[in-house]
Design a protein around this ligand. Structure first.
Ligand code: P6P
Length: 325
């Protein structure tokens, strides 16, 4: 599904990694088709069960997860999988795989029934030396990711990937029946005038976030000296894709409903892969206190605060946290 020209654009020379990325591209193409046809075969709506997160699963959450598992668990280069939709990691029965894939098979699926963009997010890690093939193998810092990517299922289905040499965009080409490159290197502006946050949580935010957003909303009359626009799609993939494409900053911060240091979004298969893609495009990613990709994970489904996008905005939020707002 991805070819040598695509991998040279990515700057990726690891044959096993490239084979897994190509398989993931094929999986995302299949998910694209299942989403497009879901309304006609009764695959919209709820699956009738909750996932490990306690969230009601959509039928397409389960379908997308099954497509990832069926393809990758049999892949000769894959040793193990972990997913938002599965309590525990799954390990291949064959030997020889050196790679781990951790993924959110259908992010933002609350948008499925209203036909708003959703996506698949994935991160590829190397099996640690002397691994005993348990969940601990996945608990690696974002800095140690070999590759990260997402597919966004929107007006077009696009695939955005990084293997550590920049962030590259592909778009589904119907004539060629493959993902064809469209953005050789995303470059994120240091400055931003658009932020994304769920404003209905305002009363729960930490004081630095309350102050940061209030300052943005004062626009050119306030301390920022410029006007800001606001967007919230409730689909992280759609927000990050917009930010990579036209700039901005995304915030899902810690709030008073959460344990200290926690957030809503999951570290291993949302925050870390998006942080790699954003930082490879010249942006920054932080919890407000610590860089996302420096976090030493402690649990498979660990949740963290996420502020990611334009460097100036992430730096501004970090400085407000240091000042206590
Ligand atoms: P809220 C989707 O469920 C998700 O995990 C992210 O994709 C998205 O950014 C966020 O949660 C939306 O959260 O509180 O607005 O529903």
């Amino acid at each position: 599904m991805l070819d040598s020209a695509d991998f040279s654009l990515l700057g990726s020379t690891d044959p096993a990694l490239n084979r897994v990325l190509s398989s993931i591209a094929s999986i995302c193409a299949d998910i694209k088709d299942r989403i497009a046809g879901a309304a006609h075969v009764g695959e919209l709506g709820l699956a009738g069960q909750d996932n490990v997160q306690g969230e009601a699963q959509k039928a397409l959450d389960v379908i997308a997860n099954d497509l990832f598992v069926e393809s990758l668990l049999a892949h000769p280069d894959v040793a193990g999988l972990a997913s938002e939709e599965m309590d525990d990691a799954l390990w291949a029965e064959h030997d020889g795989g050196e790679l781990l894939v951790v993924f959110d098979p259908l992010d933002g699926s609350s948008n499925i029934d209203v036909n708003v963009s959703v996506g698949s997010i994935f991160s590829i890690l190397r099996v640690p030396a002397n691994s005993t093939h348990d969940a601990a193998a996945f608990l690696q810092r974002g800095r140690d990711q070999l590759a990260a990517g997402y597919a966004v299922y929107g007006p077009a289905t696009q695939l955005v990937l990084s293997t550590g040499s920049g962030t590259v965009g592909f778009s589904w080409h119907t004539g060629q029946q493959k993902f064809a490159p469209v953005t050789s290197q995303y470059r994120l502006s240091q400055a931003a005038n658009e932020y994304a946050i769920n404003a209905s949580n305002q009363r729960y935010w930490d004081a630095p976030i309350q102050q940061y957003i209030a300052d943005c909303n004062l626009g050119e009359t306030g301390p920022r000296g410029k006007n800001f626009n606001m967007r919230w799609v409730a689909s992280m993939v759609a927000e990050i894709h917009r930010i990579l494409t036209r700039g901005g900053v995304f915030l899902y911060p810690h709030d008073s409903r959460m344990p200290e240091g926690h957030g809503k979004l999951r570290l291993l298969y949302e925050a870390n892969p998006m942080a790699m893609l954003i930082e490879q495009a010249g942006g920054d990613s932080s919890t407000g206190i610590q860089k996302i990709m420096d976090i030493e994970p402690t649990a498979l489904h660990q949740r963290v605060p996420v502020i990611t996008g334009a460097c100036e905005e992430v730096t501004k939020v970090e400085s407000m946290y240091r000042q206590g707002s």
